[in-house]
Design a protein around this ligand. Structure first.
Ligand SMILES: [Zn+2]
Length: 280
């Protein structure tokens, strides 16, 4: 993935996390405070994996071994995707949460070009098979796990609609979902897909213990900041990347709104990375 902007965000985050009292004074009482502060912040260690934001709800995951997977391939037609990311070097796997155009807008050309393994719910799998892209289509459904190269994925619930636009027709794509992705080194990521908050996010938190959650905050079609804050509490997650906002004017939720709604959650770090930025 040549040309990815790496390291930049990490440095910025480090600088922000030095509390004022630690810079101004170094008496023993203040060092004790610093110790408590450091204990509260759970540092994010991605164990050599990288998470790259392509804008909207599209993320690229690069493993230490160099495999590259994408969640929701909305790339070339994504208005938030930087030009330098629109030409992929490789694509080993695609995980599809649901089939609205802002999630699979570039699935067919990418499937044809790279012939990746594609995990999708059963009805979407059948549709993709019928397109004869040459990709290796892997069916799944909620609660089921499978190993896909360096990645292990579990499909989760999501509360959203789902349909495929195919030459002017609307085709049933199965139910919308989310993904738990286990990365090499024991890092667990949760991509919620498009959804509102739901009580069983607590189960997802208890069963999978995600290190980081990718949550929609844009409102109108998904959770806004207030519901996303409740999702964060239910999941018990300490690192969140907000997504599905700012792509179109109708998506009004903002990271600032999300920060305001979550300021009471101890030890939470919100990584509001910009399209083109990489975590890890
Ligand atoms: Zn969407």
């Amino acid at each position: 993935m040549a040309g990815l902007k790496t390291g930049h965000y990490k440095n910025k985050a480090k600088k922000k996390q030095i509390p004022r009292f630690a810079r101004d004074d170094n008496s023993s009482a203040l060092f004790r405070n610093l110790f408590v502060f450091v204990k509260e912040i759970t540092m994010l260690d991605l164990k050599g994996n990288k998470i790259t934001y392509f804008g909207h709800s599209t993320f690229g995951l690069t493993t230490p071994g160099g495999q590259f997977a994408m969640i929701d391939p909305f790339v070339m037609s994504n208005p938030r995707c930087p030009e330098n990311l629109k030409k992929l070097a490789r694509l080993d796997a695609i995980f599809i949460t649901h089939c609205h155009t802002d999630h699979i807008g570039d699935l067919l050309p990418l499937a044809k070009q790279f012939k990746p393994k594609v995990v999708a719910t059963f009805e979407t799998y059948l549709w993709l098979e019928s397109k004869k892209t040459g990709a290796e289509c892997l069916p799944g459904n909620k609660g089921g796990s499978q190993k896909v190269g360096d990645f292990e994925v579990t499909m989760t619930n999501a509360f959203h609609s789902n349909s495929i636009e195919d030459n002017g027709e609307r085709i049933y794509g199965g139910e919308a979902g989310g993904f738990i992705v286990r990365l090499p080194g024991g890092v667990t990521l949760y991509h919620a897909g498009d959804t509102n908050v739901f009580g069983d996010m607590k189960l997802i938190g208890e069963i999978h213990k995600p290190d980081i959650a990718l949550l929609p905050i844009g409102d109108v079609f998904t959770m806004g900041p207030r519901e996303a804050a409740f999702a964060t509490r239910l999941l018990g997650v300490k690192h969140v990347i907000p997504m599905h906002y700012a792509t179109f004017p109708i998506l009004t939720g903002t990271p600032e709104g999300f920060r305001a709604e979550t300021k009471d959650i101890a030890g939470l770090t919100i990584h509001a990375i910009k399209p083109g930025e990489t975590l890890g």
